[in-house]
Design a protein around this ligand. Structure first.
Ligand SMILES: C[S@@+](CC[C@H](N)C(=O)[O-])C[C@H]1O[C@@H](n2cnc3c(N)ncnc32)[C@H](O)[C@@H]1O
Length: 511
């Protein structure tokens, strides 16, 4: 066995698993599986299967998930940089499938960084409804925001908050909530030896304190008839079945929705909750699910689906807690600059509602400059509400007043900046477009060095006949650069020269 497992962990698993223990241990002799999940915001599964540079084998519990052969190195292909797939451990693809996301859902991903599951949720929403995605760690929210942008998500709000403060701002607002909880990570020991090394210090008890707190806040955030999916990547019953048993004991009206008929899942193990701790109706915990590394092709996971069955109308769903006079906003100084805190006292410029800021000139400037750019450059109607924070313009999926008092990393789709009355389109605007959304586009061949040179930030020579134009458009100006047809960034074309607009912090430096 390559992995050094903690002795205490081995003893505990031997006691729990009994005759299954030997099979469990043999899983540690196998190499972990590599998975990719197709980003259906940018490409359909069928189209990706046609162009995939890798041999694909379906992941049974995720229709857009595939195993790729060991050694494939999916991070080293231009399609990865074009956001066509997310590299994700196969078992980690399961929790979002359990949320049952429908168009128009209001979804909260409470522990979201670096964003694997958030990008999966966004792909299921297909631009409808709203995704509020949050992580408590400021550093990790940078990676989260970047992934939201790389994967072309238009309807996400990115927060860096405590669950409690989100619960104060959004009481009973979300109909789907994912808690991919911080946990002791026992299910990842095969894939990440550091987790095995850190296990004793990162104790199960410490994690249960955080999990209990996060779950209790989720009950305040959930709308009547809503669903919480709670998941961990650990085996410890205290963080899994027992955590859910405790939650059910203190939260009336919730029921476990059985997932044991879902591909890959084995039943939860209520019998592993120590008998001295009594919880009512523990049998329903058999309806939670476990993914075992010796039974499936993936790492160890646990998931529970909790449905709040309380009748609508029994809870206070008012928005009265939203009135906060000041708002703190965090924004990045540049595309990938340092995040700085900025306070606005009613100074936001919001399109279409000059009464809010009292600075009608600026209000109209931001919205009008964007509208004028969009009229000349884009063929789509931008979704959401135009909002300006400083010189940065966003299309927000939520009324920005709902975010009052919260640490907001992105209030919506970052579409560009206004400087000296000119609109400069952002990189995330490009990554969330489809080729025909721009009046001017240039297609680079994904298997030619040209696409790698573009992703490295080099200037390219491009003949005029390669600039694809909507009717009436001239070849000079911003062109959407598409790798094999999939939007990857901007370039500015003039007289056979493509000035590269791929931002410095995003460039592919490892090739
Ligand atoms: C298992 S990871 C999430 C992985 C993520 N869902 C994904 O799919 O990429 C757990 C995350 O919870 C965050 N976290 C820890 N305590 C938290 C809390 N109290 N509230 C919100 N997030 C928390 C950690 O920073 C960490 O990023």
């Amino acid at each position: 066995m390559a992995v050094q497992l903690p002795a205490l962990f081995i003893e505990r698993m031997r006691g729990l698993l009994g005759t299954e223990f030997d099979a469990f241990m043999t899983a540690y002799d196998a190499v972990p599986h590599t998975g990719i999940r197709v980003n259906t915001l940018k490409i359909s599964v069928e189209d990706f299967m046609r162009i995939s540079p890798f041999e694909l084998r379906p992941v049974p519990w995720c229709p857009s998930g595939f195993y790729v052969p060991y050694g494939s190195k999916p991070g080293l292909h231009p399609y990865y940089h074009a956001g066509l797939y997310y590299i994700q451990e196969p078992s980690a693809m399961a929790p979002v499938e359990l949320l049952g996301i429908q168009p128009g859902d209001r979804v909260l991903d409470l522990c979201a960084a670096p964003g694997g599951k958030s990008t999966q949720i966004a792909a299921k929403l297909q631009g409808s409804g709203v995704l509020v995605t949050n992580d408590i760690h400021a550093e990790r929210t940078k990676a989260l925001a970047k992934n939201i942008e790389l994967y072309g998500v238009r309807n996400a709000v990115v927060l860096n908050e405590t669950p409690e403060r989100i619960a104060e701002a959004f009481p009973h607002y979300f109909n789907k909530i994912l808690i991919d909880a911080p946990c002791s990570g026992e299910g990842m020991f095969r894939k990440d030896e550091d987790m095995a090394r850190q296990w004793e210090t990162h104790s199960v008890e410490k994690c249960t304190v955080m999990q209990r707190d996060i779950l209790s806040m989720a009950s305040r955030l959930l709308a009547p008839d809503g669903v919480i999916v709670y998941s961990t990547c650990t085996f410890a019953p205290e963080e899994n079945e027992e955590m859910i048993a405790e939650f059910l004991k203190v939260n009336d009206g919730f029921r476990v929705v059985s997932i044991t008929d879902r591909p890959g899942f084995s039943p939860g193990r209520p019998e592993w909750i120590p008998s001295k701790k009594r919880y009512p109706d523990v049998e329903q915990l058999a309806g939670t699910g476990r993914l075992w590394p010796h039974r499936i092709e993936g790492e160890g996971h646990f998931a529970a689906v909790l449905h709040w069955e309380r009748e609508p109308g029994q809870q206070n769903t008012s928005d009265q807690t939203l009135c906060v006079s000041e708002r703190s906003v965090r924004e990045e100084a540049g595309s990938h600059g340092r995040i700085k805190a900025e306070r606005h006292k009613g100074g936001r410029k919001q399109a279409g509602d000059s009464r809010r800021s009292g600075r009608a000139g600026e209000v109209s400037t931001a919205a009008e400059v964007l509208a004028s750019f969009a009229a000349g450059q884009l063929t789509l109607q931008l979704p959401g509400q135009t909002v300006a924070y400083g010189d940065r313009i966003y299309q927000a999926p939520l009324d920005p007043d709902r975010l009052n008092g919260l640490k907001v990393i992105r209030p919506g789709w970052f579409v560009g900046t206004v400087k000296n009355g000119r609109f400069n389109p952002s990189h995330p605007l490009a990554t969330a477009l489809h080729r025909n959304d721009s009046v001017r586009s240039i297609v680079l061949n994904g298997s030619s060095p040209e696409s790698v040179r573009y992703l490295k930030g080099e200037t390219l020579l491009i003949e005029e006949d390669r600039v694809q134009l909507a009717e009436g458009a001239s070849p000079k100006g911003y062109a959407l650069i598409c790798i094999d047809g999939y939007a990857s960034g901007w370039g500015k074309w003039q007289d056979g020269m493509l000035k590269n607009e791929y931002p410095a912090g995003w460039r592919w430096t490892s090739v």
